[in-house]
Design a protein around this ligand. Structure first.
Ligand SMILES: NC(=O)C1=CN([C@@H]2O[C@H](COP(=O)(O)OP(=O)(O)OC[C@H]3O[C@@H](n4cnc5c(N)ncnc54)[C@H](O)[C@@H]3O)[C@@H](O)[C@H]2O)[C@@H](O)CC1
Ligand SMILES: Nc1ncnc2c1ncn2[C@@H]1O[C@H](COP(=O)(O)OP(=O)(O)O)[C@@H](O)[C@H]1O
Ligand SMILES: [K+]
Length: 519
């Protein structure tokens, strides 16, 4: 699922009309008809009032086409033209004519005018701005957006919620006081937009559905995008089936390094994540206080210990194993003093999480010792320690791009739609749910990525598969447990079913807050 930039979408439109020899009006008719069909399929002729708020560009044109089809199917509609600019797009004007020919007379809302009273049981179709939005809405538009948001109506946004840019090529919405329609559902054309995946803007999209409007494959297949969304399809394509004559040595040896007095759980969760993801062997390196705990709880895991009693003061000799470090490690000076020089010994990619990242953030020179291709898995707090605070999602992305370039590493920026970013591409995960906002779930992820890396997956593959399967495990978990009760341990229990479900043809989807879970 490629995420096309705003410019690429315009190019896709143009190429589609050229290659398929259709007019832009016909493409608008096609796109908006898909949106109408989506609505009609769900409403089935229901007498609910539908208010269509149309701008004066092509997004407004889409709204007019939808209105025409709704009217022809006997729906109760009211159409408003939100007159934010005197310049109408030609296709908007054509469709305004077509609507009037069917005796539907839109009401024009002039600058400064308030929205009319609307039945709160109704549906509001937001077709004011689409990808054309190139600057911050003016005060009147902001007030229209506010009125929509406080109307209490079900809001269906066409292409994207008005006020929300498709990407940051023109302006950074957060720098200007975010003003966006908050939709319950968004019907977007051809491809999802970058802003759907980021927290500042993504919350305005609600559930979203990508409508296939037959954009020219000659263009969309060939175009290189900076970002994509990914799901089961990608993970299936990189999955390595197990061969018959294999043994535990075939699947790598994972070392999980971390733990300190009071945080042994983090290390155990990572060890279990690694085991369940298929590592052939797992060894834990822990301070002495962790030995009994780990041996007692995890019979499958070998335990080795350094000299430190309550925290690690020394580290195992770098070897042929795969390293995941940082879970529960602590940031005590003795630990940090030993950790930073030890990292220099490593030549092959490692996985660094939690306090490994915090220690390096306090000793930023140490990031230069991180082997190329390593996977760093910060949550937002850890990432802020690594790169400083960001002012917006756009700024955070820029900081992430620079970091990855500077240290030749892979960043796994955790959150809803975790981003796996390397120097070539950014992949947004489509599995997972808010039940995962629970202590220890990140430790499980670090272990899973390590387990996959140990088995010979390339670092970026291990990151992608680990993140996706981790989210899928939680999606499976919440089916039975709900969001509140899900714990990190439940995510571990879901790893097996997640692998199994990857290859089941009829996937029964987990409860979803967002619609688009990528196949
Ligand atoms: N392939 C596709 O994606 C298709 C897209 N179509 C529709 O076309 C839309 C894009 O249409 P337009 O390019 O006409 O753009 P919009 O209808 O989104 O916006 C109209 C115009 O408003 C102006 N504008 C931008 N920011 C403004 C602001 N803050 N205040 C006031 N005016 C502002 C711009 O000049 C812009 O061209 C898409 O979002 C989609 O709905 C469809 O009709 C056809 C197929
Ligand atoms: N709202 C959410 N939606 C989807 N995934 C989430 C959400 N909140 C957290 N997660 C996931 O849960 C994990 C939390 O990791 P982290 O914050 O490091 O946990 P911990 O430090 O407790 O181990 C990440 O993989 C993150 O992507
Ligand atoms: K819109």
């Amino acid at each position: 699922m490629k995420i096309l930039s705003r410019q690429q979408i315009y190019k896709a439109d143009k190429e589609t009309t050229r290659i398929q020899q259709i007019s832009s009006l016909e493409l608008m008719e096609r796109a908006a008809t898909r949106a109408f069909e989506w609505i009609h399929q769900r409403l089935q002729g229901s007498p609910v009032p539908i208010y269509l708020l149309c701008g004066i560009g092509n997004n407004g044109g889409d709204g007019l086409v939808i209105a025409r089809h709704l009217a022809e199917h006997g729906y109760h509609i009211e159409v408003f033209i939100v007159d934010y600019h005197p310049k109408r797009s030609p296709d908007f004007l054509e469709n305004l004519q077509a609507l009037k020919q069917r005796k539907v007379w839109p009401t024009t809302l002039e600058s400064g005018q308030a929205l009319p009273a609307m039945d709160p049981q109704g549906i509001l179709v937001d077709a004011i701005f689409g990808i054309g939005l190139s600057r911050v809405p003016d005060p009147w538009m902001k007030s229209v957006i506010d009125q929509i948001n406080s109307s209490g109506l079900f809001v269906l946004a066409i292409d994207l919620p008005s006020g929300m840019p498709a990407d940051f090529s023109d302006f950074d919405p957060a720098q200007n006081g975010l003003s966006m329609v908050h939709a319950q559902h968004t019907l977007t054309f051809g491809a999802p937009k970058l802003t759907f995946f980021l927290p500042e803007t993504g919350s305005a999209v609600g559930q979203w559905t990508v409508l296939d409007i037959g954009l020219a494959r000659e263009y969309t297949d060939a175009v290189q995008t900076e970002f994509s969304g990914y799901g089961a399809g990608l993970i299936r394509s990189l999955y390595r089936p197990r061969q018959k004559f294999t043994h535990k040595g075939s699947f790598g040896h994972l070392w999980v390094v971390g733990g300190s007095y009071g945080t042994m759980g983090a290390l155990q969760l990572a060890a279990r994540g690694g085991l369940r993801s298929g590592a052939g062997k797992v060894t834990a390196w822990t301070p002495q206080c962790g030995v009994d705990i780990l041996q007692g709880n995890l019979p499958e895991v070998m335990v080795r210990t350094g000299k430190g009693k309550k925290q690690l003061t020394d580290f195992p000799q770098a070897g042929k194993f795969t390293l995941v470090a940082g879970m529960g490690l602590g940031t005590a000076k003795v630990t940090a003093d030993a950790f930073v020089p030890w990292l220099k010994q490593w030549k092959q990619p490692v996985v660094l999480d939690a306090d490994a990242l915090n220690i390096l953030s306090q000793n930023p020179e140490g990031f230069n010792s991180v082997p190329a291709g390593s996977i760093l898995t910060p949550h937002p707090g850890e990432f802020a320690r690594m790169v400083g605070n960001w002012t917006s999602d756009a700024d955070k992305l820029e900081k992430a791009r620079n970091f990855v370039k500077q240290y030749s590493c892979i960043l796994v920026l955790k959150g809803a739609h975790t981003l796996v970013l390397d120097q070539h591409h950014g992949f947004f995960n489509t599995s997972g749910n808010p039940g995962m906002a629970t202590a220890g779930s990140g430790d499980v992820l670090a272990g899973m990525i390590g387990g996959l890396l140990a088995q010979g997956y390339e670092p970026v593959q291990a990151a992608l598969a680990g993140v996706y399967l981790h989210g899928l495990s939680a999606d499976i978990g919440v089916q039975k447990l709900g969001y509140e009760a899900l714990t990190a341990g439940d995510i571990i229990s879901g790893i097996g079913p997640a692998f199994v479900s990857l290859f089941q043809t009829a996937e029964s989807g987990p409860p979803q807050e967002e619609a688009a879970k990528e196949e």
